[in-house]
Write a protein that binds this ligand. Structure first.
Ligand code: C2E
Ligand code: CA
Ligand code: CA
Ligand code: CA
Length: 279
C-alpha cells in the first residue's frame, strides 16, 4: 500500500539512518567507556546557611578519546534509554563510596556527606537495595555519609515499592533527597510517606529568584513546605551572593552552586575547595 511505502521510504531516510547509527555507536562507546575507565566523578560542595561545608554532590563525567568530554545531558538520557544506566549507576555508586572511605581517613573531610544521583530506572531494579548494600559492604563506606538524590518522576507509579526500598536503606542510615524539586509531578501527599531528609530546589527557580516573582513564590513555598515536613531544603544553581541572601531570608538551609565552586575532580576538591572553608 501507499502507507506502507511511505514507511519504507522513511525507514531508509538517510538522515534518520545516520541519527540511528550515531546513537548505536555512542551506546557502544558508552559500554566500552565503562570498561576502559573513561568515567570519573566531579564533586561540587554543599554548604549550610552559616557557610560551613556539609559535603558534596558527585557528578558523573565522561571523557572519550575520540569524542572528548561528553556532557551528562547527552549521555545520561542515552544510558537510560538503553538500560546501561544500571551499570553506569553501579559504577558511580562504587566510585562515590570509595571516595567516602578516602574522606573518612582525613580529618577535614571525615564528616562530609556525599550525594549521589539515582535514576528512576535504577531504583526500579528488583535488587536495587541489595546492590547498594553490597557496595557499602565491599567498600566499607559509612551509610550515614551517603545521600541518594531521587527525582520526582519516581513518585509516578509503584510508590509502595519505592517507599519499601527507601525505608530499607533509610534503616541502615542512608539519606534521601528529592532532586529538581518543583518541576516534576509530585503529589504533595506522597511527600510525607517517603522517608526523606532533604528537598532540593531546582536551579530553574533559583536563576531568576530576584527578578521573577513567580520563581520567588515557588522557592519560598518549597522552603516553607520543607520546614513543615521537617526536611532540610537546599537550593542548587546558586551563582550569586544576592541569590543566596534572598533565599537565606526565606529560611533556606543549604546551598550548592558556582558561588561556592563548580564541580571539580576529587584532588582539586580536597586541595582547593575543602581548604577554603572554616574547620
Ligand atoms: P542535577 O543532578 O540537577 O545536577 C546539577 C547540575 O547543575 C550539574 O550539571 C551541575 O554541574 C550544574 N550546576 C551546578 N551549579 C550550578 C550553577 O551555579 N549554575 C548552573 N547553571 N549550573 C550549575 P551536570 O554535572 O552537567 O549534570 C547534569 C545532570 O546529569 C544532573 O543534574 C543529573 O540529572 C545528571 N547526572 C549527573 N551525574 C549523574 C549520575 O551519576 N547519575 C545519574 N543518574 N545522573 C547524573
Ligand atoms: Ca542532583
Ligand atoms: Ca537539578
Ligand atoms: Ca536538573
Amino acid at each position: 500500500s501507499k502507507a506502507a511505502g511511505r514507511n519504507v521510504i522513511r525507514f531508509f531516510d538517510p538522515e534518520m539512518q545516520a541519527l540511528i547509527a550515531d546513537r548505536v555507536e555512542m551506546e557502544e562507546d558508552l559500554r566500552n567507556g565503562l570498561r576502559n575507565d573513561e568515567f570519573f566523578l566531579c564533586y561540587q560542595p554543599q554548604v549550610d546557611n552559616q557557610g560551613r561545608l556539609l559535603g558534596a554532590e558527585a557528578l558523573l563525567r565522561w571523557r572519550n578519546p575520540k569524542r572528548g568530554m561528553i556532557p551528562p545531558s547527552t549521555f545520561i538520557p542515552l544510558a537510560e534509554d538503553s538500560g546501561l544506566i544500571v551499570s553506569v549507576g553501579n559504577w558511580v555508586m562504587y566510585a562515590a563510596c570509595k571516595q567516602l572511605v578516602l574522606w573518612a581517613q582525613q580529618p577535614l573531610t571525615s564528616s562530609l556527606t556525599l550525594a549521589v544521583n539515582v535514576s528512576a530506572k535504577q531504583l526500579r531494579q528488583m535488587d536495587f537495595v541489595d546492590q547498594i548494600v553490597e557496595v557499602l559492604n565491599v567498600t566499607g563506606a559509612n551509610p550515614k555519609r551517603l545521600k541518594l538524590e531521587l527525582t520526582e518522576s519516581l513518585m509516578v507509579n509503584n510508590i509502595e515499592d519505592v517507599i519499601a526500598k527507601m525505608t530499607e536503606l533509610k534503616n541502615i542510615g542512608v539519606g534521601f533527597s528529592i532532586d529538581d524539586f518543583g518541576i516534576g509531578y509530585s503529589s504533595l501527599s506522597y511527600l510525607k510517606l517517603l522517608p526523606l531528609d532533604q528537598l532540593k530546589i531546582d536551579q530553574s527557580f533559583v536563576r531568576d529568584v530576584l527578578t521573577d516573582p513567580n520563581d520567588a513564590v515557588i522557592a519560598r513555598t518549597i522552603i516553607a513546605l520543607g520546614k513543615s515536613l521537617n526536611l532540610q531544603v537546599i537550593a542548587e544553581g546558586v551563582e550569586t551572593l544576592s541569590q543566596r541572601e534572598f533565599l537565606d531570608n526565606y529560611g533556606c538551609d543549604a546551598y550548592q552552586g558556582y558561588l561556592f565552586s563548580k564541580p571539580v575532580p576529587a584532588d582539586e576538591f580536597e586541595r582547593d575547595v575543602v581548604q577554603t572553608f572554616e574547620h
